[in-house]
Write a protein that binds this ligand. Structure first.
Ligand SMILES: [Zn+2]
Ligand SMILES: [Zn+2]
Length: 110
């Protein structure tokens, strides 16, 4: 069922009482304002759409900022953009959405 109410979860259509939706996934907190997703659906999205951090090897949950590296073969690789996973020399950053990259921004290579 599609739900047109902006207060409804985009995944299951249930009313979401409070935003942001917050879940803890592999010791990382995910706060999600937009899109509206309820807690169980967000957990499911984390499990389905996480990508692996090439720096620390832990999963990067969806709806978080990521650093983007280019591997030798042109494949994109992702790293956390948080203080617990310090990265250097990342020339790109973006927003890891639902299994794909959003708002991909190229910044000055250093
Ligand atoms: Zn839901
Ligand atoms: Zn990491």
């Amino acid at each position: 069922m599609e739900c047109s109410n902006p207060g409804c979860c985009i995944e299951c259509g249930k009313q979401v009482a409070e935003l942001p939706t917050t879940v803890e996934y592999h010791d990382q907190e995910v706060h999600l304002f937009n899109p509206t997703v309820c807690t169980p659906c967000l957990v499911a999205l984390c499990e389905t759409h996480s990508t692996e951090c090439v720096n620390c090897g832990k999963p990067i949950p969806p709806f978080t900022l990521v650093g983007v590296l280019k591997a030798d073969d042109g494949e994109k690789q992702f790293v956390h953009m948080n203080t617990s996973c310090l990265t250097v020399g990342s020339a790109f950053h973006g927003y890891w959405g639902k299994g794909k990259l959003h708002n991909f921004v190229e910044i000055e290579a250093c």
